[in-house]
Design a protein around this ligand. Structure first.
Ligand SMILES: Cc1cc2nc3c(=O)[nH]c(=O)nc-3n(C[C@H](O)[C@H](O)[C@H](O)COP(=O)(O)O)c2cc1C
Length: 178
């Protein structure tokens, strides 16, 4: 798909049709997420995929607040997005390179997530990034160690109606030219 159209068509989708995500498409989406740039190519993004009905429903009901359970109802796959701490933005000896510390890991993860959600759209799927979730319940359910920071849960499925396009701020509010 042409890039500008992809950017425009990609929306946060909160209403999904009951349709499966093909395994080969899921793998392509996760492959795309790996192609994102990262601090010294440290590739600290980690994804935990709840693709079985049982695990997806557990994740939804035990780890998401009611409104995000509702937002992701019928989404065929839920993906926990996380990163390994203390690597991106750190020296090999484990010293932070500057004041952002592990925020660089979050930065890298955001880039990787952007590739993931755009590839999903390219293949005809839709996503919702959910930052409002219970990270400790996710950690327990998926047995995720303390070296991993849990960021979001991303729903993946197919839209069942056209989502509203959210307005963006004018460029003079977000960019300064010198
Ligand atoms: C880091 C992050 C966390 C978000 N968390 C939630 C969430 O918990 N629930 C939700 O409904 N939307 C969530 N969103 C979606 C945003 O509300 C959405 O991206 C924004 O309103 C712009 O709309 P658009 O994605 O359709 O362009 C999140 C988005 C991001 C990037």
């Amino acid at each position: 798909m042409e890039l500008d159209r992809l950017f425009e068509e990609r929306r946060s989708v909160r209403s999904y049709a009951e349709l499966p995500v093909a395994k080969e498409d899921l793998l392509k989406i996760l492959e795309a997420a790996k192609l994102a740039p990262s601090w010294k190519n440290s590739q600290t993004a980690r994804y935990y995929v709840a693709a079985s009905d049982e695990m997806r429903e557990k994740l939804r009901s035990e780890c998401l607040p009611a409104f995000n359970q509702n937002n992701s109802a019928n989404a065929n796959v839920l993906i926990v997005s996380a990163f390994k701490k203390g690597v991106s933005g750190f020296t090999p000896e484990g010293e932070p390179v500057n004041e952002l510390k592990d925020e660089w890991g979050a930065y890298d993860l955001g880039l990787s997530n952007a590739y993931l959600i755009l590839k999903a759209r390219d293949l005809g799927y839709d996503t919702l990034i959910m930052g409002i979730r219970d990270s400790e319940s996710i950690r327990k359910l998926l047995d995720i160690g303390d070296d991993i920071e849990i960021a979001s849960v991303i729903s993946l499925g197919k839209r069942d109606k056209e989502p509203v396009m959210k307005a963006r701020k004018p460029m003079d509010e977000t960019v300064k030219f010198f």
